[in-house]
Ligand binder design. Structure first.
Ligand SMILES: O=c1ccn([C@@H]2O[C@H](COP(=O)(O)O)[C@@H](O)[C@H]2O)c(=O)[nH]1
Ligand code: PPV
Ligand code: MG
Length: 208
């Protein structure tokens, strides 16, 4: 198990634009995908490769490729969708599953409404994505769901995490690696990450 805050200057620079309440929807969406791509570089560094042989213009040589069933990306709807294209730009062979979970605004408990996973998901490393890890309820629900479907290798990737939510996820799922661009101060009285960037789903899709 590892918690990794990806402190790369480009990521921290771009995160500033996502935090800014005046950033427009188009810029927000593009920047979120750019960060997701940069974080993917870090989060996939332990991927196993297969040996192959390739013919260069000069000679045959040993080289390495990802196995066919290396990776699946699973966004938690809706906000997780905002990271998918950035990840697929780096891992185009990844399959994509979807888990629909929203937060009940009063109880902050996750409410399930949709799921579609690749049939061979248990054979893949799953990168589960949601930009915001707040109370941890949505992440724990989705990880439970993936494990019930046979997945054994899960990395959770988010943009901003609250320490209290992180602690809950690690306690319930100590085998899951978590990558965050930033671990923030905490949660406010409404369960929003502080200072955070607001409601990420609404900012991606312009729904408020
Ligand atoms: O500041 C925030 C906090 C949460 N969200 C949305 O909620 C879920 C995660 O909340 P949990 O309490 O961890 O279940 C996440 O999917 C976000 O969509 C947010 O946008 N901003
Ligand atoms: O997790 P929520 O409730 O913020 O839902 P969405 O991601 O669809 O905005
Ligand atoms: Mg959500």
């Amino acid at each position: 198990m590892a918690i990794v805050e990806v402190n790369h200057p480009l990521i921290q620079h771009k995160l500033t634009f996502l935090r800014n309440k005046d950033t427009d929807t188009k810029t927000f969406r593009e920047t979120l995908n750019e960060i997701a791509g940069l974080m993917t570089y870090e989060a996939t560094k332990e991927l196993k490769l297969e040996e192959t042989e390739v013919e260069t213009p000069l000679m045959k040589t040993k080289s390495y490729i990802l196995p066919d069933k290396a990776v699946a990306v699973v966004p938690i709807l809706r906000a997780g969708l905002g990271m998918v294209d950035g990840i697929l730009a780096l891992v185009p062979t990844a399959k994509v599953g979807h888990i629909g979970v929203y937060r009940n605004e009063e109880t902050l408990e996750p409410v399930y409404y949709y799921c579609k996973l690749p049939t061979d998901i248990a054979e893949r490393k799953v990168i589960l994505v949601d930009p915001m890890l707040a109370t941890g309820g949505s992440a724990i629900y989705a990880i439970d769901y993936l494990k019930e479907n046979g997945v054994t290798d899960i990395t959770f990737m988010c943009l901003v995490a609250a320490p209290e939510g992180l602690a809950k996820v690690i306690k319930k799922h100590p085998d899951v690696d978590i990558y965050a661009a930033k671990i923030d101060q905490g949660l406010d009285e409404n369960g929003y990450i502080y200072p955070g960037l607001g409601d990420c789903g609404d900012r991606i899709f312009g729904t408020k």
